[in-house]
Design a protein around this ligand. Structure first.
Ligand SMILES: Cc1cc2nc3c(=O)[nH]c(=O)nc-3n(C[C@H](O)[C@H](O)[C@H](O)COP(=O)(O)OP(=O)(O)OC[C@H]3O[C@@H](n4cnc5c(N)ncnc54)[C@H](O)[C@@H]3O)c2cc1C
Length: 446
């Protein structure tokens, strides 16, 4: 990608009136130790700028979170893949970290119908897929953006679909859009939901843990864990960051990389208030939910030569996609994904009930002998006060221009970064990483 230079242009204007100080004599506070914050701090420190990273949690990594409670079987509770390895800056980081990578393939998949029998859904799904394209084309000709759901339901061809056609369509919408973009079809913009860009070259995951990357980025940085930021004020020529407990940290510039979900819920107060363009972006962009149910078994009872198991359950969005780690890493681990409305439904259940529902789905597909798992982990990103969801999506009425507005420097002192500020690569680790670098470059250029 070409990193947006927009922020680089805006910063010097605002700073033109400030006393000139070489970047290396300035002090920067970076809020958040995820991919964006760590990338930003690493770049600034390499340029000789005094930088402190303030992280609310007791760990670094943010939405890159490798769980190691199962000996020899690390499981990713946040990001799993480098999406598109060719030319991806995260691939370069993985090389630098010496982190092993293994490819997975969407083609290595098997599908089952509502009664558990194996089905070949490729042809059916591409047939209903054409209907989705048609719906978006029609919506593109309207004066106002509408949701993917409204666009599809308005089509006469949709209304003529039989029960099986509607079930397949719901499956295709869920697998293609609701899980990828973490938004419900009633929230996703028919105009701009997939206006992001992608690197080519397929996807890889990290058999030894994605956390090798934040660990690499964090090397040698001054990071304060357990530092919950409550307020950021722009005062005089500098900034003041107020932590829970009342302590204040002063800096010339502050870079805020907290998730959009935290900004939406007012997790950080800005004094004075952010400009209108930033506020509009925060309000209108979507922040979605994607939750995982990870189950560990003694040995696979499913086809161990596939990466993906698809379940056309007949109930919208329920247990539709399962990742098997058996082929990629040799672990007898299945990961079920839920996005959008269905993720909210599961979020209201306790872990035991979620695992029971998962086993019901697995027993439909693989028979009543499916054993209870030896271990289970249910993620709760939506309930986490330091993420409030999984990642951003283009909700009805929002687009990349709002993401660029969010990345505009404020008074040359306050910079926002993080995946939600990336118009090209939102919802990814590389989008977050590049946004952090862009904020650092903007500060260095100021
Ligand atoms: C379930 C799931 C699956 C995903 N799968 C993939 C994938 O396969 N591939 C991919 O490329 N991307 C994936 N992503 C997206 C990717 O993880 C994110 O886009 C990326 O990690 C975001 O990085 P960030 O630095 O923008 O934000 P974060 O990683 O969220 O970092 C922000 C940091 O700010 C901290 N913070 C929050 N509030 C405060 C506060 N008040 N004070 C101080 N600190 C605060 C947080 O604790 C956090 O550490 C996935 C995400 C999720 C949740």
């Amino acid at each position: 990608m070409t990193v947006s230079r927009r922020s680089l242009l805006a910063a010097p204007l605002a700073l033109a009136m400030a006393p000139a100080r070489a970047a290396r004599n300035r002090r920067v506070a970076v809020i958040g130790a995820g991919m964006a914050g760590l990338a930003c701090a690493r770049r600034l420190v390499a340029a000789g700028v005094e930088t402190i990273v303030l992280e609310a949690r007791a760990r670094i990594g943010g939405r890159v979170l490798t769980d190691r409670r199962w000996p020899g079987q690390p499981v990713e509770l946040g990001a799993t893949w480098i999406h598109g390895v060719s030319g991806n800056p995260v691939t370069a980081l993985a090389r630098e970290a010496g982190a092993r990578r293994v490819a997975t393939s969407d083609e290595a998949s098997v599908a089952y119908g509502p009664d558990g029998s194996a089905i070949d859904i490729d042809a059916d799904v591409s047939r209903v897929g054409a209907l989705i394209e048609e719906a978006r084309e029609v919506a593109g000709g309207l004066d106002n953006d509408i949701s993917l759901k409204d666009a599809i339901e308005a089509l006469p061809r949709y209304r003529r679909l039989d029960e099986r056609g509607r079930m397949l369509l719901a499956h295709a919408v869920n697998a293609r859009y609701e899980l990828d973009y973490a938004g419900d079809w009633s929230e996703l913009s028919a105009w701009s939901l997939d206006e992001d860009s992608a690197f080519g070259g397929g996807d890889v995951l990290f058999p030894d843990g994605y956390d090798a990357l934040p660990a690499l980025l964090a090397r040698g940085l001054d990071i304060r864990l357990g530092a919950v930021v409550e307020a950021v004020s722009r005062a005089g020529w500098g900034t003041r960051v107020r932590l829970a407990g009342g302590e204040a940290v002063g800096a010339d510039h502050v870079v805020v990389t907290v998730p959009l979900g935290v900004l939406k819920t007012g997790g950080i107060a800005f004094e004075p208030e952010l400009p209108a363009g930033h506020l509009e972006a925060i309000r209108r962009l979507g922040f979605g939910i994607l939750e995982k149910t990870c189950l560990r078994f003694a040995k696979p009872f499913w086809p161990a030569d596939v990466d993906w198991i698809e379940f056309v359950s007949g109930r919208r969005g329920e247990w539709t996609e399962w990742l098997s780690l058996a082929r990629a890493t040799g672990a007898a681990v299945l990961v079920g994904f839920h996005g959008g409305a269905q993720a909210r439904v599961l979020g209201s259940l306790d872990d035991g009930a979620v695992v029971e529902a998962a086993l019901d789905a697995l027993r439909t597909m693989f028979g009543s002998n499916v054993p209870a798992p030896a271990g289970s982990i249910v993620t709760r990103w939506a309930a986490d006060p330091f993420s409030r969801g999984a990642y951003s999506f283009n909700a009805v009425g929002s687009d990349g221009a709002m993401r660029r507005a969010l990345a505009e420097p404020v008074d040359g002192r306050l910079f926002l970064a993080g995946e939600a500020t990336s118009a090209e690569y939102f919802a990814t680790t590389h989008g977050a990483y590049l946004s952090g670098l862009a904020a650092a470059e903007a500060i260095l250029a100021a």
